[in-house]
Design a binder for this molecule. Structure first.
Ligand SMILES: C[S@@+](CC[C@H](N)C(=O)[O-])C[C@H]1O[C@@H](n2cnc3c(N)ncnc32)[C@H](O)[C@@H]1O
Length: 263
């Protein structure tokens, strides 16, 4: 089945095209993501789809472990991303996976998958609940009858969101002989429920001129809204965590980490 095109959708991946060369360096250790999403495939699973796969650092090891668990059997692994620059990296480093350029609200992918996932707050790139509902419906349509759909986003925390920051140090990064800093401006548009971030990557050898810069608009989605949209999309929650340590979701949780199945 061919899915509708994505020409009419507001682009949400452009910050990553500008940042693709620096993405993996800046994001650093991805162990919690790899541990959580890597634990989701069940013994019979042979197909996996990541929506918003970026440079492929999470999907590729899952694909490798599925292959190791089922030697000689066909394993279907597909990563979809809207940023060509991110996919170029993925194709170069992990040529064994199928990488597809497209929008996660209307992924240009056919078939059904045992595991569909969308990790690292990617769904917060979507500007409205309507977009989030489209993403949930698209994931649901690509799930095998007993498949699982997993994702993580932040749980909105107004105390944190309302703290405006100017040129604040977000991360220190050592890259060989280089000493880098990620510097951040942050402003929360409470009416639109969008956190605006501006990132600058600075080499301390010449801090006056950033090596790279990008801007993110990060939509905050309340847990009640997420639950309603999941139900509307025909998805039921089978695991509801407050973080990657699998602590139960609560009002003080940092994240919303959900595993869903067809309703
Ligand atoms: C936070 S990164 C996560 C990448 C990868 N999942 C990881 O964990 O490293 C978000 C990714 O989502 C992609 N993205 C943003 N909006 C998208 C959309 N509407 N459709 C497809 N990909 C999108 C970006 O290009 C970027 O690669």
């Amino acid at each position: 089945m061919t899915r509708p095109g994505s020409d009419h959708l507001q682009p949400t991946a452009s910050p990553y095209d500008a940042w693709a060369d620096h993405y993996d360096l800046v994001e650093g250790d991805r162990t919690p993501f790899l541990d959580f999403y890597g634990s989701l495939p069940r013994p019979g699973d042979r197909s996996v789809l990541e929506l918003g796969c970026g440079t492929g650092v999470v999907l590729a090891p899952i694909h490798a472990s599925l292959r190791a668990a089922h030697p000689g059997e066909p394993i279907h692994a597909v990563g979809v991303d809207a940023a060509a620059g991110m996919l170029d990296k993925a194709r170069l480093i992990f040529p064994e996976v199928e990488w597809v350029e497209g929008d996660l609200r209307a992924p240009p992918v056919n078939g059904s998958f045992d595991l569909v996932f969308c990790c690292f707050n990617t769904l917060q790139m979507l500007p409205t609940p309507r977009d989030l509902g489209m993403a949930f419906s698209a994931a649901r349509a690509l799930l095998a009858p007993d498949g699982r759909y997993a994702f993580d986003i932040y749980r909105p925390n107004l105390d944190v969101l309302r703290r405006e920051r100017r040129d604040s140090l977000s991360r220190s990064i050592v890259d060989g002989a280089r000493r880098l800093e990620l510097r951040e401006d942050a402003r929360f548009d409470e009416a639109a429920s969008i956190l605006h971030l501006e990132w600058r990557l600075v080499d301390l050898a010449d801090p006056s001129r950033p090596i790279a810069a990008t801007r993110y608009a990060i939509r905050q989605f309340h847990p009640d809204e997420v639950r309603r949209l999941l139900a509307d999309a025909g998805l039921r929650i089978v695991a509801d965590y407050g973080d990657f340590d699998r602590s139960p979701a609560s009002a003080s949780s940092r994240k919303q980490v959900l595993v869903c199945a067809p309703a």
